[in-house]
Design a protein around this ligand. Structure first.
Ligand code: ATP
Ligand code: MG
Length: 333
């Protein structure tokens, strides 16, 4: 039986962080045997809001690939590929843009939020406004039926499926499958500054490549409950960044529940919970950092993984492009 296909990707805007680990990398590791997986190094999408700095986008292709290998993604079971080297993705994007209106792109809640967050005003790069069509191309080119994403990305999957339905209706049969979003229950990991989202470009992340000192100072600087001044004071757990991180990473959730109760009653100091979190993060990141250091010494191997993966992905995406061109009945020589 064919395994279901998953497409995930990361913009090549910086090294991955523990938010990526909790939100998507841990799931990808779990699915390595049960699913066929393509991991897209999304450099073209990164350019849609980084056209002023293509060097950053280029440099981070290898950095993100290193993060994949460091966390344990196995290139024999998963295909790691580069978006800009898959011409079928660009060609499908051009076709799909005819199956979506500008008004619909502007109405997409994810796009609206991201335009606001980036402060584009009226000066929205056309590539940025149109990236939902490009994302539809990414997903459908691999005929992925499962797309694990953060909750804020769900409208993009909806828009992908609208495009799929229009194309299938025009073709008169199902050329492309619809995709289903899998949204992690944990939600998004906040930044160390307490902001709603840890992000590569937000300067509020703990990278998976962080040094022991960086981890220590990030945990020390974290917000807890501003009213929890003395150890004996009752403290708040909700909205307390340290507890949010413990929820995501503490392997002993029973003991954590007891600590939370004690913190709420009073009698548990911030120093203790921060020390617990620091140990957990040091233990999580140390082996990742060590593997990353080993892989970064062998750049030729990393480039080979990317090259072989991109070649495999090229075959798959070219096939789909042919299916779409045939399905729509476009001219062929
Ligand atoms: P950028 O700041 O450049 O947009 P980013 O940190 O938002 O970078 P992306 O490459 O845009 O990272 O996101 C890739 C995937 O990682 C998303 O689909 C999302 O599911 C997941 N992700 C990113 N940040 C977090 C987070 N803080 N918590 C949980 N998941 C996250
Ligand atoms: Mg992002």
């Amino acid at each position: 039986m064919n395994k279901p296909t998953i497409l995930t990707g990361d913009r090549t805007t910086g090294p991955l962080h523990i938010g990526h680990y909790a939100g998507s990398l841990a799931n990808r590791l779990r699915f390595q045997d049960s699913h066929e997986q393509f991991l897209l190094l999304a450099d073209t999408q990164a350019l849609t809001d980084n056209a002023h700095d293509p060097a950053k986008v280029q440099r981070n292709v290898v950095e993100v690939a290193l993060d994949y290998l460091a966390v344990g993604i196995d290139p024999d079971r998963c295909t790691i590929c580069v978006q800009s080297h898959l011409p079928a993705l660009a060609e499908l994007t051009m076709l799909y843009l005819n199956f979506v209106t500008v008004a619909r792109l502007e109405r997409n809640p994810t796009i609206k939020d991201e335009i606001r967050a980036r402060g584009f005003g009226r000066d929205i790069p056309a590539g940025f406004l149109c990236y939902p069509a490009a994302q539809a191309a990414d997903i459908t080119a691999f005929k992925a039926t499962i797309v694990p994403v953060g909750a804020d990305q769900a409208p993009l999957i909806e828009q992908t499926n609208e495009i799929v339905r229009r194309i299938n209706a025009t073709a008169g049969h199902d050329v492309l499958p619809e995709a289903q979003a899998i949204i992690p229950k944990a939600g998004r990991l906040p930044g160390i500054d307490g902001k709603a989202k840890m992000s590569k470009s937000g300067g509020n992340a703990i990278p998976l490549s962080a040094s022991p000192d960086e981890i220590r100072s990030a945990v020390r600087a974290m917000f807890t409950d501003p009213n929890h001044l003395r150890v004996e004071d009752p403290g708040r757990v909700e909205g307390n960044v340290v507890f949010t991180y413990l929820d995501a990473f503490d392997p002993d959730q029973d003991e954590l529940a007891e600590l939370k109760a004690q913190y709420k009653r009073g009698g548990l100091g911030d120093g203790k919970i921060k020390a617990r979190l620091e140990t957990i993060l040091q233990n999580l990141i140390a082996p990742i950092r060590a593997r990353r250091a080993a892989f970064s010494k062998d750049r030729a191997y990393v480039l080979k993984v990317i090259k072989d993966g991109t070649e495999r992905a090229r075959q798959r995406t070219e096939e789909t492009k042919r299916d779409v061109v045939n399905g729509l009945g476009l001219f062929q020589l």
